[in-house]
Design a protein around this ligand. Sequence first.
Ligand code: SLL
Length: 159
Amino acid sequence: NKRVKVRRLSSLDFIGSEAFQLPPHGDPSRPKGIPEDHTKKWTVYVRQPEGDPDLRTWLNKVQFKIFNTYENPLRTCESPPFEVSETGWGGFTIDIRLHFQPLSGEKAQYRQHFLQLENYGTEAQQAQQKASGLVRAEFLEVVQFNEPTEALYEALTAE
Ligand code: SLL
């Protein structure tokens, strides 16, 4: 695995979550089989910014470690979409492990994301969240590869 010297490559991705208000227990439009105390349906994800090269060029697999009361709390996504959806009532911090393509020779990198279920931000933002029933918390992540392998360098600069 020959390394390209004195170069640093950055890739970008979004790590985020979306939470939707569930219809209350007893409401006919509420999906079946959800525990009574769950108020939200949520998704945590790793996505590529619009117009960016395909995430899979460098990202091989994503693991999400969700709250340990969920069944099988270590969720692994081997291919896109890199996301996990669940229902629940409370927010918590999700540990995320990014596994890179073997051609990169890179070790996995670790990130964290707080699953934000409640409205937040300015009054205007909260009003918008309330009206849409959707709370999104999304952050742009920079993943740096120092002295990338030639194979990764070529893959990332090809497009
Ligand atoms: C904490 N924020 O960190 C709290 C707990 C856990 C939320 C949040 C349902 C889980 C399930 C759910 O929403 N749990 O049904 O297993 O202590």
